[in-house]
Design a protein around this ligand. Sequence first.
Ligand code: 3NQ
Length: 514
Amino acid sequence: MWWFLIISLLTLLYYIWQKLGNLGKKYPMCLPHLPIVGSLPYMSVQDEAHIYFTKLKEKYGHIYALWMGPSYVVVVNQFSLAKDMLLKKGKDFASRPQMVTTDILSGSGKGIAFSDYGPQWRMYRKLVQSTFSLFRDRSSQNFEKIICQEANTLCKRLANTEGQSVDPSKDCFLASANVICQFCFSNSWKQNDKDVEIIMNVSDAIIKALAKNNLVDIFPWIQLFPNKDLTLLKENVKSRNELLEKKIKIEKEKFNKDSINNLLDTLLKAKMKTNSHLSQEQEVTDEHILMTLGDIFGAGVETTSSVIKWILAYLLHYPEVKEKIQKEIDQKIGFTRTPLLSDRNQLLFLESTIREVLRIRPVAPLLIPHVACTDSSIGEYTIPKGTRIYVNLWSIHHDPEEWDEPEQFNPERFLDKNKEQLIMPTSSYFPFGGGPRVCVGEFLARAELFLFMAWVLQRFDLEVADNGELPSLEGVYGVVYQINPFKMKFKLRKAWLSSVPGQQDPPPPAPEDS
Ligand code: 3NQ
């Protein structure tokens, strides 16, 4: 009896202490929740997460909390709160949740996309950023040259389709894969190289498996039971790792510490520098190298190729937008030369269309989840250490308080009234995230989207497939917000053909040495 009284008294005192400790602290409104299952019984499964979280805003406001099983989660639906969290207090929220699926993908938190915030993450992030700077600044083999070479090859492949109804996925994947392959290894695959076919299929399988496994990320103990989707994820990640290891083994032979030309070189040189006296954290291991390359390769290919397909789909739905872009290309560039990055401040309709696609169909509608690495706050709301945070980019990019008719595809919202200047109508726009975890490949992604589209639209008319079907604009939620497969036709423009009568495609001129 005495024990019961003592335990009851201690529990009461703890409860009072908790309440007193929270006096004056304001927490986001929380969905109803039960022990163990959390808020899940009260949540709808009809809509995809980003749509459902946006609908919940009507009842719970711009920021609210819920329990995903045992995990306390906060959803941020408004740009000023997102800005506070990502930019003003970026370091407080720069960690990542430890999840079963991303642990499988990242070798238990190695690499830079899913690894925890700290000295080791900062070291690898700096190594990647220094390599990006190398490709931006040097005159030979810089990003612009590499992308133009791949754009030229892409256009030749599309010309060979001779106006048949084709799925653009493989060509878009190969073009962006070769750009990131140059960045990682200073070489590229040929179109019929079997490995690139395998990588594409494995990548697709991983993305699909990740989408099916969200329950195990909420209840990790589920992995103790037979789970075919998790087995599939493990098998495909194993294949991805083997393919990458094979590539690394071949390219490693060319390593010369005095001539650093790509990301693998940068990582191998860093490994040479780290020796036994350095702490475990500072040591560069082969697995960290593998996972960092896996992150950059996967992010570089899947995001860019996905957005290119969204742009093609929207231009099929809005042919008048495509016409305006082509008219602008014909006026500003013509057919005597191929597009360059310096044309970005000339081709305003193309640039505004790219921005609008990134708004209306963000690559990561909920970004990659963040975690509070210390007790902090978002706006006036207290956020305890360990809270998982979803930044609802979908809600932010479709906020009717910030965007005029947000559901409408309207690239000209990014142009001034005279259509002569690019503008940003609101700050409610984070297509590449923000803060310490901002997309490390933003510059490359924007350059690829612009150049690939400028080259394709200079040469081809885009037409719906022979079955007359337009692509679905619904999309499939996942680590990358992908478009459903579709077919279309690329037909060489008469204007292009008459400009180079009977000639082979002009080789891509060497862009101005920057
Ligand atoms: C990739 C494995 C590849 O086979 C499929 C695509 C994956 C999952 C990438 C992931 C890195 C990776 N393995 O480590 C990227 C990810 C999640 C895209 C998918 C990404 C991202 C970047 N910007 C916007 C959205 C997602 C960063 C890591």
